[in-house]
Design a binder for this molecule. Structure first.
Ligand SMILES: CC(C)=CCC/C(C)=C/CC/C(C)=C/COP(=O)(O)OP(=O)(O)O
Length: 290
């Protein structure tokens, strides 16, 4: 009986908080809403220590916080969210810790794409961004399955950066851009009857078109599937980007609440949206200038 009553109280509480959230979001929607918010989920181990939890439980609590945050963002009308889930540098952690983080990752990826998950209910398409070759076969397959399973969702996009660093992303994009230009040049090679190279066929392009430019690199970045972030939120009070979205963050707003990632909540989102709205015209002008 107590269980039934407990469930009813839980539902009632959920309904009331959902109603209050809708009211707050309708007010925020009077102003501009960012189209892309990215998160550096810092402080999961510290949360575990602070709460005397077992190793790994901080990251589990972090995943629940992520689900709530995604729900709030998409309810508010934010179309793109990105999370820094595992950096290339994180592979240098103790092997036991890396293994348990990878196990959690695989479990949560599968959970995310179940029929009734928030991802399917809200029509979210998932992308995994990073050097996926560095992942174990099991985690990479789970990531690939999730991308295929959600490829029909089109209301919002979640990019999960794993085995990611921004410098690796930039190097990859520059290499791909050079390859593309090389391919183009190879197609224009003219050889004589002996098979020796004698020159290039004219294609009406000038010399500069054979140099890697900003737009080439832009096109080949892993993150080219979404616009640059308007806001990056890094929890636990740290104000470093730690090799996350360096190319894409030239004009974005940074927010570093002191809360550890599992403690992040609606109040932090409201605070940063108000800050974004206060700075909107300035940020827009800066983007235009660049
Ligand atoms: C499928 C999916 C998106 C899963 C995500 C699960 C999750 C919450 C991953 C966070 C990983 C991570 C290394 C966070 C940084 O906190 P930390 O471990 O560095 O903690 P600290 O800052 O206290 O040292």
């Amino acid at each position: 009986m107590e269980g039934v009553n407990g469930k009813r109280v839980g539902h009632l509480f959920e309904n009331i908080s959902s109603f209050v959230r809708q009211c707050i979001f309708s007010v925020l929607n009077v102003g501009p809403v960012p189209s892309h918010i990215a998160f550096i989920m810092d402080g999961n181990r510290r949360y575990s220590k602070k709460q005397n939890l077992l190793d790994g439980d901080g990251h589990r609590a972090g995943f629940s916080a992520l689900i709530n945050m995604l729900k709030y963002c998409y309810e508010l009308g934010v179309k793109y969210t990105t999370v820094y889930a595992f950096s290339i540098d994180n592979f240098k952690r103790r092997p036991g810790e890396v293994a348990s983080l990878m196990k959690l990752m695989q479990e949560k990826i599968d959970e995310l794409t179940q029929e009734e998950s928030i991802v399917n209910r809200l029509g979210i398409r998932i992308y995994f961004q990073g050097n996926l070759k560095l992942l174990s076969d099991c985690v990479r397959s789970a990531a690939e399955r999730a991308m295929v399973k959600t490829s029909g969702n089109s209301r919002a996009v979640l990019s999960i950066c794993v085995a990611y660093t921004s410098t690796d992303e930039i190097v990859h994009a520059v290499q791909e851009s050079c390859e593309e230009i090389w391919d183009d040049i190879r197609k224009r090679e003219v050889n004589n009857a002996e098979g020796n190279f004698v020159g290039l066929k004219e294609n009406g392009k000038d010399e500069n078109e054979h140099r890697v430019g900003l737009t080439d690199v832009d096109r080949h970045l892993y993150m080219s599937v979404c616009p640059d972030p308007d806001i990056i939120i890094r929890t636990s009070g740290a104000t470093r980007l730690s090799n996350f979205l360096l190319w894409q963050s030239a004009h974005c707003l940074l927010y570093s609440p002191t809360a550890l990632w599992p403690e992040i909540g609606l109040r932090h989102l409201i605070r940063v949206i108000l800050d974004f709205q206060r700075n909107y015209l300035y940020l827009k002008a800066k983007k235009k200038e660049s």
